[in-house]
Design a protein around this ligand. Structure first.
Ligand SMILES: Nc1ncnc2c1ncn2[C@@H]1O[C@H](COP(=O)(O)OP(=O)(O)OP(=O)(O)O)[C@@H](O)[C@H]1O
Length: 310
């Protein structure tokens, strides 16, 4: 098949290559690379006429922990995400991999660039709901960042990369500095609602257009970084304005639960004023031409009755 494999971190698999599991004997046809991070490579694969995402991990132990978490979650939700976990022999070397549901979608920033910045609010709400579902099961997500959020359709949100998922109350084991409260001297790395809500506040700044400012501040000396920097950025972020109070509460650990944050976010979206839900805008903008056409129709029929029917 011409895999050209060197090391696990440099695995070269190209379209049409077949990955056949050593133990479960299931075969997957590589279609394309979906993404690559510090811990692994994820490919879009086909099997039995369906699409899946197949992840090779760079570290077998980390990958196994990820598989264990996904198994636990699948048992608790009854909605399987994990499809298979196996090893494959490529060029005489064994590589562990697992296969999961393929999540369609794009990261929030390109989604917002193509569909408009008003989707910011619905993406925020849907992400809070996703986080709450995970917290409710007794886990923290851990490695929240815009790369691990995929958006599709009408602002529907899915989380990917369950490598950082940890039982609530335990130490967070995988995180990305920019989104980590420890990095900002703003709290402990303990898995759960507060930790993820802090990451959520940074996520909103990132997708709200403050990415460059965040990067600049993050390069300052560790001792001079603080949550105050984030609070200032929230004030400077025009898109964050209608939800600034919620983001500040999230950045300062003042929520008891993500459910509370989601409820407040939803209330902010439903407040009279500028419509923050682009789905409603779509519906309401559909009403205006319909009402206009309706009134023209009525006017023409009145004229007809007046002139022709006497
Ligand atoms: N189930 C999936 N469906 C679609 N795309 C996926 C899926 N899982 C991962 N991806 C894509 O692959 C990318 C890398 O995957 P993943 O985040 O699991 O790797 P990682 O090495 O753990 O990354 P990181 O360094 O960010 O922790 C993701 O950002 C996403 O774009």
């Amino acid at each position: 098949m011409g895999y050209g494999v060197t090391t696990s971190s440099k695995t070269v698999l190209t379209q049409g290559d077949i990955v056949c599991g050593k133990w479960n004997k299931r075969s997957y046809r590589i279609e394309r690379l979906l993404g690559e991070g510090a811990n692994g490579k994820v490919f879009l694969v086909g099997a039995g006429g369906r699409h899946f995402a197949l992840k090779f991990g760079f570290d077998a132990v980390d990958l196994q922990m990820e598989v264990n978490v996904l198994r636990e979650l699948d048992q608790k939700t009854g909605d399987p995400f994990l499809y298979d976990a196996d090893d494959v022999m490529l060029n005489g070397m064994i590589y562990p991999f697992y296969v999961m549901r393929y999540v369609k979608g794009v990261p929030p920033e390109p989604y917002i660039r193509s569909n408009g910045s008003d989707w910011f609010y619905l993406i925020g709400l849907n992400l809070l709901r996703k986080l709450h579902a995970l917290h409710h099961l007794g886990y923290g997500f851990g490695d929240l960042k815009s790369d691990n959020v995929l958006v599709s359709g009408y602002g529907e949100v899915e989380l990917v990369d369950y490598g950082g998922v940890t039982a609530r109350g335990r130490s967070v084991r995988q995180f990305t500095e920019l989104y980590d409260c420890g990095f900002w001297n703003a709290g402990d790395r303990v898995a759960g609602d507060s930790y993820d809500l802090f990451g959520f506040a940074v996520f909103c700044l990132q997708i709200g257009g403050m990415g460059n400012r965040l990067q600049e501040i993050s390069k300052e000396l560790p001792q001079s970084r603080s949550k105050e920097d984030l609070l200032k950025l929230i004030d400077l972020c025009p898109k964050c304005k209608p939800v600034a109070r919620i983001l500040k509460k999230a950045a300062t650990g003042r929520y008891r639960s993500s459910a509370e944050a989601a409820a407040e976010w939803e209330q902010a979206m439903n407040k009279p004023g500028p419509i923050m839900d682009p789905r409603r805008r779509k519906q309401s903008s559909g009403w205006i031409p319909a009402a206009f056409l309706g009134s023209i129709g009525l006017f023409v029929s009145v004229l007809y009755m007046f002139f022709f029917k006497g």
